[in-house]
Design a protein around this ligand. Structure first.
Ligand SMILES: C[S@@+](CC[C@H](N)C(=O)[O-])C[C@H]1O[C@@H](n2cnc3c(N)ncnc32)[C@H](O)[C@@H]1O
Length: 232
């Protein structure tokens, strides 16, 4: 995909060395990362039956798959991701829960038709330009049962350059305070500052709604990160 050439983050998901260190990243850069998983499982569980099947898009690394599988021992999952290295890490991460997860290498179009009882897309949609993000969201919705919950969370930035710079400083300050090495923080901040796919949280809420989800609500706001829940 063209985006892989443009975005160094996307390239890193295919780099064995970077992927080997992937798990340390989100907790250093995403405030409340583990609680985000806990909240995701609770929001899904409001409507997903005990034996529900969940679609996880951008499932590489397997961290949310593992958290959801541990929270709900009868749920089964389809985890979709274009990066083979990240899928391998997901398989390892899942350990004994791997037999409840079908991993698919590819994009949303490669996912089963479902219909699924719920869907999740964490730390992923911010890599997609608005047209592709809207299309992907619509494809997710089309794979859900009517009324099934969808949880998304990713990074947002305001459009105003001064505000953007302030929030990028805060993004970096959190990572430094959480213990990320200075060089790692600078590299990440530089990478994020060059991304042209980070929109305001209002735009994201609008994209999710326009893709056909109803009752879209912000449930998580942590510096540059936002999370929404909506219904198919
Ligand atoms: C930052 S990682 C997040 C992984 C995991 N969701 C987590 O929270 O730890 C982003 C993942 O999205 C995947 N990805 C990139 N573009 C994608 C797309 N268009 N559809 C699905 N996944 C994508 C990458 O390969 C990578 O594994």
């Amino acid at each position: 995909m063209a985006e892989t050439e443009e975005n160094p983050f996307l390239k890193s998901f295919e780099d064995p060395e970077a992927v080997a260190n992937y798990h340390s990243g989100p907790t250093l850069f995403v405030p409340g990362f583990h609680d985000l998983h806990l909240m995701t499982s609770l929001l899904l569980a409001e409507r997903v039956p005990a034996d529900g099947r969940i679609l996880v898009l951008g499932a590489g690394g397997g961290l949310e798959l593992k958290a959801l599988a541990q929270a709900q021992p009868e749920w089964t999952f389809e985890g979709v991701d274009p990066a083979g290295e990240m899928l391998s890490l997901a398989r390892t991460t899942l350990g004994e829960n791997a037999d409840r997860v079908h991993l698919v290498k590819g994009y949303i179009d490669d996912a089963s038709e479902g219909p699924f009882d719920g869907a999740v897309c964490l730390l992923t949609l911010h890599f997609l330009k608005s047209d592709e993000r809207r299309r992907t969201l619509r494809e997710i919705r089309d794979r859900l049962k009517p009324g099934a919950p969808f949880v998304a969370a990713h990074s947002c930035l305001p459009a105003d350059p001064d505000e953007r710079a302030l929030w990028l400083d805060r993004y970096a300050a959190f990572a430094r305070a959480a213990g990320a090495p200075a060089e790692m923080v600078e590299r990440a901040k530089d990478g994020v500052s060059k991304m042209d796919t980070l929109y305001s949280d209002y735009e994201d809420l609008s994209l999710i709604s326009k893709a056909g989800f109803s009752d879209v609500t912000l449930f998580y706001a942590a510096l540059t990160w936002r999370g929404w829940v909506g219904l198919a």
